[in-house]
Design a protein around this ligand. Structure first.
Ligand code: PLP
Length: 398
């Protein structure tokens, strides 16, 4: 295998734009660059392309609602997943005046967590549902936490670090039973698991383009028909007054096309990714001792593998992998100069020696068995070398 080629196993961080998506976007830069709000046909005709993209997003999310103009009006285009998360929670709490509690999970993405922290500074009470050592939600806790004072409940569909899938429909029902609105961050789930909003109780759902082979800087927020929606960004009348700002036309077209491709290939891609992921995990298990695979192994995204290589530092593993052109992520957040394990691994209660040596491999449709085999062969000497100099490893069996 050509070692100069990048082996990219960091697709939960971002994905390559699909060439077909890129081609769909291309005309909207230098040829059809008009503003969809313009009266002239040159600009105005672009609005029809945006509506087509909206329908493509709606189809991936399994929502068949169309307004009188045939538009999938439950979909609002945003700039990213984080904006969708913020906008949904903002809308939910605004729609439930007089209620001052938000219930979320301890393992959300900062797109939700940081916004909740901001709302706590504005007087909201935030309750965090814990997870067990496999990253599964404590549903009994959720049931107790969600009460008549709860305005919004936000639970991610799938966790970005471990791939663990959460029972969002169950929690949505709990929220509705108490009159609260329910949001899910489906940024990692969209395109990887079947989503059927027509038979769902979810009120808000956010996705992000760059996690499913569309470009960065575009996302979408589903707001169920009839749900009150207060915008986060005020401006022009774009997106029916629900999100000001001239549309990021090319990226919206790209997101639409990416959703269309993801929808058509969902089942086949799931099989391909699961096989590759299993090949990676089996290869690692056979060759390396003292490892653990994190998350809910029975219920997780097909592309994600969080592996703890015990008694060594994840960052050192990443650096040595990087020297071989292999890209992955660690389970640490490098904040304030100290390498603390991520909030997700800490919430799961992983022992210190495992949490620090955690690597997230996240695959995409562009990965091959040959690449996985290369990584499986590259890892053992790296781990052996690092364990040889690790004070925590000393004296342990191979
Ligand atoms: N939510 C989850 C679960 C994510 O993994 C990410 C990105 O890593 C986001 C939200 C944020 O998406 P964006 O980068 O588009 O703001």
């Amino acid at each position: 295998m050509n070692q100069n080629k990048i082996i990219y196993l960091d697709n939960n961080a971002t994905t390559a734009v699909d060439p077909e998506v890129f081609e769909a976007m291309r005309p909207f830069f230098c040829e059809r660059y008009g503003n969809p709000s313009s009266i002239h046909r040159f600009g105005g005709s672009v609005a029809a392309d945006i509506e087509e993209a909206r329908r493509q997003v709606a189809s991936l999310l399994g929502t068949s609602f169309r307004d009188n103009d045939g538009n999938a009006a439950e979909i609002i285009f945003t700039s990213c997943g984080s904006e969708g998360d913020n906008a949904a929670i903002n809308a939910a709490v605004t729609a439930r005046p007089g209620r001052n509690k938000i219930v979320t999970t301890i393992v959300e993405h900062p797109g939700v967590l940081a916004y909740c922290r901001e709302l706590s500074r504005r007087g909201y009470k935030i309750e965090y549902i814990p997870v067990d050592e496999r990253g599964r939600l404590d549903l009994a806790y959720a049931e107790r936490a969600i009460d008549e004072s709860t305005a919004a409940v936000s639970v991610m569909w799938a966790n970005n670090e471990t791939g663990t899938i959460f029972p969002v429909e169950t929690v949505a029902k709990m929220a509705h039973a108490k009159g609260a609105l329910f949001h899910t961050d489906a940024v990692q789930a969209a395109g990887k698991v079947a989503i059927d909003l027509d038979s769902s109780e979810i009120d808000f759902l956010s996705i992000s383009g760059h996690k499913l082979h569309a470009p960065k800087g575009v996302g979408a927020l589903f707001v169920r028909k009839g749900t009150r929606f207060k915008p986060l960004i005020f401006g022009g009348h774009q997106e029916k007054g629900r999100r000001g700002g001239t549309e990021n036309v090319a990226s919206i077209i790209g997101l639409g096309r990416a959703c269309e491709i993801a929808r058509k290939n969902l089942v086949a891609e799931n099989i391909q990714l699961t096989q590759l992921r299993n090949r990676l995990e089996e290869g690692v298990r056979e060759r390396i001792s003292h490892i653990r695979v994190n998350g809910d192994l029975e219920n997780r995204l097909p592309n994600t593998s969080s592996i703890s290589f015990e008694y060594i530092e994840g960052e050192s593993i990443l650096m040595l992998l990087d020297m071989m052109n292999i890209c992955a992520s660690s389970g640490s957040a490098c904040t304030t100069g100290s390498l603390e394990p991520s909030h997700v691994l800490r919430a799961m209660g992983l022992p210190y020696t495992a949490a620090h040596g955690t690597i997230r491999f996240s695959l995409s449709k562009y990965n091959t068995a040959e690449e996985i085999d290369f990584v499986v062969e590259a890892l053992p000497p790296i781990i052996e070398r690092l364990r040889a100099i690790s004070p925590y490893w000393e004296g342990r069996d191979k």
